[in-house]
Design a protein around this ligand. Structure first.
Ligand SMILES: *Cc1c(COP(=O)(O)O)cnc(C)c1O
Length: 430
């Protein structure tokens, strides 16, 4: 679901023709739909309303402070994985009491920053990390700077969401969390008489799973763990089930928030657990396109290349994860208007092309061997479902300034991050 639709052959973001944005702001440009973000967030919040639930949007998916701001105003909490992300949340006016903080390598400075902010839970990934946190809390306590923090133990339920190996994080051999067998010993060692209140369990299976089953399997495993811990006298007040819910890169392929909730809510009803969710992609992915312009057409052997002005520095998901993005010209004839986003949308009149960027790497592609309408130099092309891990993973490789970000709200649009200039590129080197 999103608000990027064709009207009479022209692509609109909500009520604004994307062509109009390109004319004013240039390309490449990330165009976000505020209504899409809010609708996805609210659907998640409502799907779990039977339970005491906090939705903590995963900042790393897309963290522009102007976006975090309206998310916070819609009651959203945040999942952060660094001090920089916590800083973004605070800049956006987010409530630190609704922040959960995961990550295997939190530094002392980051931990102290989060202690001072007063976040909801540190999601603890190892014994060594918790011992360090306890030390830092003791030091801070002596200076009476902070309240004692709450922590969740991140456990590895050892289930496979059957996604790309780089986005699988809940299997035994992953660097994240501790094995479920070790969790009980962990609580016996650290779960009582500590300045850090270990009182919750966290799981995160990885990203882009497209079925509900791994969540059911993992939640059943941790519920059994929670029962054992409670009968040993430990207080477990919350279960954080992480993120990784499917996003509709291809129309109609991902379970909805309601589908996930229909499976998850019955498992947790009456369990006296506060539920925390950390969706990233399922909220942000469909909420943006990356709009780019055709620079050149060329042939290489039998292949046809459409060379565009966006590159892998702007959107790295296709080469990094083998990710699929639906791509289509922003202006097409009525008979070439796509009514949904499919992996192989073959309308009569298309040809097979690679859509590639200008960067000096063979991996700089957005699509390979894709059926595509004929285009010419200067045409605008939309790379859909680019809101998650798009801009947030972008870089300055090849000394390219990062793209501008534009937020559309109804019939209005505003630049929420300026295009980087050459001066920006060298500013910190002087
Ligand atoms: C990345 C991440 C998420 C969000 O994952 P999505 O696939 O974008 O939903 C949630 N929780 C943790 C701990 C993460 O690292």
């Amino acid at each position: 679901m999103d608000y990027f639709q064709y009207k009479n052959g022209s692509l609109f973001a909500e009520d604004v023709a994307v062509e109009k944005i390109a004319a004013k702001v240039g390309t490449p440009v990330y165009i976000y739909s505020k209504a899409t973000f809010i609708e996805h967030l609210q659907k998640s919040q409502q799907a779990y309303r039977e339970l005491d639930t906090l939705v903590c949007y995963s900042v790393k998916a897309c963290g522009n402070i102007n976006i975090l701001k309206f998310m916070a105003q819609t009651g959203c909490g945040f999942d952060v994985v660094s001090g920089g992300e916590l800083y973004r949340v605070m800049q956006a006016g987010g409530d630190p009491a609704k922040v959960v903080y995961a990550g295997v390598g939190k530094t002392d400075n980051e931990i102290i920053q989060a202690l001072k902010a007063g976040i909801a839970y540190f999601n603890i990934e190892s014994e060594a990390e918790l011992e360090n946190l306890i030390q830092l809390v003791k030091i801070a306590n002596r200076k009476s700077q902070i309240a004692n923090p709450n922590a969740a133990l991140r456990v590895n339920p050892d289930v496979d969401p059957k996604t790309h190996k780089y986005t699988t994080t809940g299997k035994k051999e992953s660097k994240f969390g501790v094995d479920i067998e070790r969790a009980e010993k962990f609580f016996h060692d650290y779960g009582k008489n500590n300045p850090v209140q270990l009182c919750a369990i966290h799981i995160h299976l990885g990203s882009a799973g497209h079925t509900v089953e791994p969540y059911i399997e993992a939640i059943k495993k941790v519920l059994a763990l929670i029962e054992r811990l409670r009968s040993d006298g430990f207080t477990i007040e919350a279960l954080d089930v992480g993120g990784g819910y499917g996003a509709d890169y291809v129309t109609g392929t991902a379970p909805t928030a309601a589908d996930y909730a229909a499976a998850i809510v019955p498992l947790l009803k009456g369990k006296n657990l506060r539920l925390i969710l950390e969706p990233g992609a399922s909220i942000a992915a469909n909420a943006a396109i990356l709009l780019t312009r055709v620079l050149y057409l060329k042939k290489g052997g039998e292949k046809k290349f459409v060379i565009v002005d966006a590159g892998m520095n702007d959107l790295i998901r296709p080469p990094l994860y083998g990710a699929f993005h639906f791509i289509w010209p922003a202006n097409v004839s009525e008979k070439l208007t796509p009514h949904q986003r499919e992996r192989d949308l073959k309308l009569t009149g298309t040809e097979v092309v690679d859509v590639v960027g200008p960067i000096c790497e063979g991996a700089d592609f957005f699509a390979q061997d894709r059926a595509f309408p004929p285009v010419k130099r200067g045409d605008l092309i939309s790379i859909f479902t680019a809101g998650a891990y798009g801009f947030s993973m972008s870089s300055n490789y090849n000394a390219r300034g990062r793209a501008a970000e534009v937020l559309v709200d109804g019939s209005n649009f505003s630049v929420i991050r300026k295009r980087e200039t050459y001066e920006d590129l060298t500013a910190l080197e002087k």
